[in-house]
Design a protein around this ligand. Structure first.
Ligand SMILES: O=c1ccn([C@@H]2O[C@H](COP(=O)(O)O)[C@@H](O)[C@H]2O)c(=O)[nH]1
Length: 240
């Protein structure tokens, strides 16, 4: 994949913090630098520790992706995005399947902030394979659905999508070069796959045209998380 026309961030790794213990999460964060990565706070930590935890990370200088995947009526999602934006986060997200009105409302709400976060839309979860997909959707396949949801997200004002790196090559041929691709399901060679189904290595993902790599357990469950992050950064530095 020709990556020269795509804007590739110098810090493409977003570390997914999924912890139920604040002290452990703090210890990990203290071993990381905002110059080397961003941080993702998801449903578990936000439910347990709330906005204060997000503010703490922002105050430490991290750009935070608040991954709450809003999916509701436009008015409710807009108010949730407004509240998230007030925390000073860098990225928020919604489910693309919430539809164009919901995505527009989310984008409008984000833009009210003095420092508007990027708005991304989740396409098909990276934990789904064709069998899981078929249990939810009657027709088509994952690639086709990810593409149609990405086009919907783009035409409804989102700044990018959350998808798997496996779809990145195809998406790159159909979306604007500024439209960002955020990909969980990243697994360095030899890492445990866990519950992820559509995976790629960090270098494969960057080569496919991904902008941001979401990496959780391969870093957070490692005995030396900062070393794993450095190895991932080193494996992609020649591509960025
Ligand atoms: O499609 C999606 C959307 C979000 N996620 C989130 O990303 C991380 C991945 O963590 P790993 O430990 O690297 O598997 C996790 O917080 C998910 O909630 C996703 O995996 N897939």
């Amino acid at each position: 994949m020709q990556t020269d026309s795509i804007i590739i961030d110098k810090r493409p790794v977003i570390v997914a913090l999924d912890f139920d213990d604040l002290s452990l999460a703090r210890a990990l964060v203290n071993s990381l630098s905002p110059e080397k990565c961003r941080i993702k706070v998801g449903k578990e930590m936000f439910t347990l520790f709330g906005p204060d935890w997000v503010r703490e990370l922002v105050d430490k200088g991290f750009e935070v992706f608040l991954d709450l995947k809003f999916h509701d009526i436009p008015n409710t999602v807009a108010k949730a995005v407004k509240a998230a934006s007030a925390l000073g986060v860098w990225m928020v997200n919604v489910h693309a399947s919430g539809g164009p009105d919901m995505i527009y409302a989310a984008k409008d709400a984000a833009l009210i902030s003095n420092t508007p976060p990027l708005l991304t839309a989740v396409t098909i979860l990276t934990s789904m394979d064709e069998r899981q997909f078929g249990a939810v959707y009657d027709t088509g396949g994952i690639d086709e659905k990810v593409l149609s949801l990405a086009k919907l997200a783009e035409s409804s004002g989102a700044d990018g999508v959350v998808c798997s790196a496996r779809e990145a090559g195809s998406l790159r041929r159909h979306v604007d070069k500024h439209f960002c691709l955020v990909t969980p399901g990243i697994r360095p060679k030899g890492s445990a796959v866990n519950d992820q189904k559509r995976i790629m290595t960090p270098s494969e993902a960057i080569d496919a045209g991904v902008n941001y790599l979401v990496v959780g357990r391969p870093i957070t469950q490692a005995s030396l998380p900062a070393s794993v992050l450095s190895e991932i950064n080193a494996s992609i530095v020649q591509l960025t």
